[in-house]
Write a protein that binds this ligand. Structure first.
Ligand code: HEB
Length: 747
């Protein structure tokens, strides 16, 4: 376990060394998360489309190679019990298992396990070896098979190879080529520390660890039975995927462990049944590794010496591999058939009494008290072991709710297998977005609610002349231009690039829970969509040739009509959305999409840890916007009067409703002086320097475009005397981008 190297005295004087802005001004607003994964880091040709490439992959040949690899033990990293299944299942699980519901970040969708911090997390020890075992297959199939898909497919094949049931597999996860800085993993400065995540109730936010010592008083002993994990985190400790296997803070208390498991697996979108199935299924295969003290283990990959070539955790105990492996420091083999699917794990769990012991590395683990030694050793055919369990395993027996489910599964192997297959599939595909993104021959037919399904288009779409007429019909409803634009934004802007959920398709903005969200101004929302429903009814009952228009399309078209009116230029529109039903909508899971902040609508303010403008950048990141796109979008939204509560904050124009550069012109006006309001520090008043007359009010979301040097540079571009046409063009482009974010079917 290494300390975060906050500052070293001798720094490089070339190649980006030296004390950086981030060291001098750690609280400065960072835009770096909006500039990731561009063509500058992605080596593929500009027109390369991964999903298309995957379709040309010889999928059966890949699966055959993976199946062969399972038992093709390599001397440099031998397979336990002659089988790599356990190692590969763990690799896939740790790849997908970082997903969390609150912001949709984490997950296996872009192959981030190859990069820091995940490549070096204490929980990912030995997965450097797992990925290297796959390298020949990766290189053989090249860019037809991403690391992201390969890691998860390998786990899937491992389950099949050991005799477990799977529910299918979809490819389509394009790799990224740089470490993703957008995910808040916690603010701790030591691995496995947890001094931050159980303190205040303030949410963390993308790209911002706690760096300002603002985390409040440190607790000596956190109360493991009552502590509250901060949002959006889904792991109990820095550097772990979920919970400490030895129990909370290493205390071997299975019931307290269950509490942490329920919290963290819940944040991965798993209910009790899915959780039990996953843990029991996962630990049916493989073993844990703790041959000796972790003192034998060297630096993690990110800190290892150059000649190790990306490997880490060099182990100087014995041979450093095979029987001498040290991974977690726990030494457990759960079942008598660690490379065959079975019901033994749950069977033993209830059959035996469990006694606390220490692993050879000194970690807390449990051994079956009165059992014979019948579990085969991973390498020595003459050696047998007693069954063993982790504290986190025994949570499934000693937590009353988990116990019920676990006993049912113990007695019904089929139910267990099916539940595992479904939960495993969900785990691997949860962050992939709609089915239209899925590729490959093993996509299951059965649609699950967590996919946020929308009906498929089963009728001819509206054409250009219908679109022109419908725009007129919409404007004739007398819904205001403002409210039409607001409704389109409300529908489309909850999309998250992280897990590709949300967006205008489905017209779920009219359904529970979205129709009740404060940010959506429910009173106005219902008027707009009711008016649009009338337009829809009359079109669908009279259109020729079976043509139909969905409410989802009309909501977006309403925004288009509104902006065309405001801008005097035409705005692109792509029909093809459909309307989901309430039954197709998992209300509980959609509550995670509710914006707590949306700076584009001037909604929500900062907390004592996160500034308003940091939340704005976070939102922009989820909308996959670049810094210039964020700038032009916000400036346009203001002059279109799009604040959620119709407040005048940031509406720096005398002609609201016209798409002009006024926001930028007036923000940069040297005659205006800004000062925070006395009673509301989030609101500022701009007065005329000479007369003292009040001219404007604004929030931090607005003023940051004048104060932040890079954002000010963009503001100057749009404030320039000749910028009008470019501004309108850029605004319309980014508006259309937001409306189309979820239209994977049309890309
Ligand atoms: Fe697990 C392994 C913990 C869940 C799958 N795990 C393991 C280990 C540990 C754990 C500590 C060891 C490592 C070494 O090597 O040493 N887990 C855990 C926890 C949890 C879990 C704490 C929560 C509660 N798993 C899980 C899941 C899954 C899994 C969910 C899937 C599904 N694991 C696994 C496997 C393994 C493990 C397969 C084995 C590996 C090998 O063999 O190598």
């Amino acid at each position: 376990m290494s300390e975060c190297p906050v500052h070293t005295s001798k720094q490089a004087n070339v190649g980006g060394g030296g004390t950086r802005n981030n060291d001098w001004w750690p609280n400065g607003l960072k835009l770096n998360i909006l500039r990731q994964h561009s063509n500058l880091t992605n080596p593929n040709d500009k027109d390369f489309e991964y999903a298309q490439a995957f379709k040309t992959l010889d999928y059966d040949a890949v699966k055959k190679d993976l199946n062969d690899l399972m038992t093709n033990s390599q001397d440099w990293w031998p397979a336990d019990h002659g089988h790599y299944g356990g190692l590969f299942i763990r690799m896939a699980w740790h790849s997908a298992g970082t997903y969390r519901v609150f912001d949709g970040r984490g997950g296996g969708g872009d192959g981030q396990q190859r990069f820091a911090p995940l490549n070096s997390w204490p929980d990912n020890v030995s997965l450097d070896k797992a990925r290297r075992l796959l390298q020949p297959i990766k290189l053989k199939y090249g860019n037809k098979l991403s690391w992201a898909d390969l890691m998860l497919l390998t786990g899937n094949v491992a389950i099949e190879n050991t005799g477990g049931k799977t529910f299918g597999f979809a490819g389509g996860r394009a790799d990224t080529y740089e470490a993703d800085e957008s995910v808040y993993w916690g603010g701790e400065s030591t691995w496995l520390g947890n001094e931050v995540r159980y303190e205040s109730g303030q949410p963390g936010v993308a790209g911002h660890g706690v760096v300002d010592g603002d985390e409040g008083p440190k607790k000596e002993h956190s109360d493991i039975h009552t502590r509250d994990l901060e949002e959006p985190l889904a792991a109990a400790h820095m550097g772990l995927i979920y919970v400490n296997p030895e129990g909370p803070d290493g205390i071997p208390d299975p019931v307290a462990s269950a509490r942490d498991i329920r919290e963290t697996f819940g944040r991965m979108a798993m209910n009790d049944e899915e959780t039990v199935a996953l843990i029991a299924g996962g630990h049916t295969i493989g073993k844990t590794h703790g041959a000796a003290s972790s003192d034998n283990v060297g630096n993690e990959p990110q800190a290892a010496s150059i000649e190790q070539q990306g490997f880490g955790w060099h182990n100087k105990h014995g041979s450093g591999k095979g029987p001498d492996t040290i991974t977690s420091g726990l030494e457990v083999i759960w079942t008598a058939t660690p490379n065959k699917w079975s019901n033994h794990y749950l069977d033993y769990m209830f059959r035996f009494d469990w006694e606390l012991e220490k692993s050879p590395a000194g970690a807390n683990q449990w051994v079956a008290k009165d059992a014979d030694a019948f579990v085969p050793d991973a390498y020595d055919p003459n050696k047998k072991h007693k069954p063993r369990m982790l504290t986190s395993d025994l949570a499934l027996r000693f937590d009353p709710a988990y116990e019920k489910i676990a006993r049912r599964f113990a007695n019904d192997e089929n139910a267990f297998g099916d539940a595992f297959a479904k939960a495993w599939f969900k785990l691997l595909h949860r962050d992939m977005g709609p089915r239209t993104r899925w590729v490959g021959p093993e996509i299951p037919k059965e649609v699950q609610l967590w996919e946020d399904p929308v009906p498929s288009v089963d009728h001819p779409l509206i054409d250009e002349s219908d679109i022109a007429q419908l725009k007129k019909d919409i404007l004739a409803t007398r819904m205001t231009q403002e409210s039409l634009i607001q409704t389109a934004w409300a529908a489309a802007s909850i999309f998250r690039g992280s897990d590709k959920r949300g967006g205008a398709n489905g017209a779920r903005v009219r359904l529970e829970p979205q129709n009740k969200w404060k940010v959506n101004n429910p009173g106005q929302l219902i008027q707009v969509y009711s008016a649009l429903e009338k337009v829809q009814e009359s079109f669908n009952s009279s259109a020729s040739g079976g043509k139909k228009v969905s409410l989802a399309d009309l909501i977006v078209l309403g925004g288009v009509a509104g902006i065309e009116q405001a801008a005097g230029v035409s705005v692109p529109f792509t029909p093809g959305r459909t309307d989901a039903t309430q039954e197709q909508t998992d209300v509980q899971s959609f509550t995670h999409l509710e914006p707590k902040h949306d700076g584009f609508r001037n909604f929500g303010t900062g907390t004592n840890r996160v500034t308003t403008e940091q939340f704005l950048v976070d939102k922009a990141h989820l909308l996959t916007l670049s810094p210039p796109e964020m700038t032009v979008l916000l400036g346009g939204m203001r002059v279109l009067n799009q604040n959620y509560d119709s407040s005048p904050h940031g509406v720096l124009t005398k002609r609201p409703g016209k798409l002009t550069t006024d926001f930028f012109v007036n923000l940069l006006d040297l005659n205006t002086m800004w000062a925070p309001n006395a009673n509301d520090k989030e609101v500022f008043t701009g007065t005329d320097r000479k007369t003292g007359e009040t001219k404007w009010t604004a929030t931090r979301n607005d003023l940051v475009f004048g104060s932040h040097p890079e954002l000010r540079a963009y503001a100057e571009v749009y404030a320039a005397s000749d910028a009008h046409d470019k501004f309108v063009r850029d605004f319309v482009k980014v508006w259309d981008k937001v409306m189309m974010l979820d239209r994977f079917d049309a890309k």
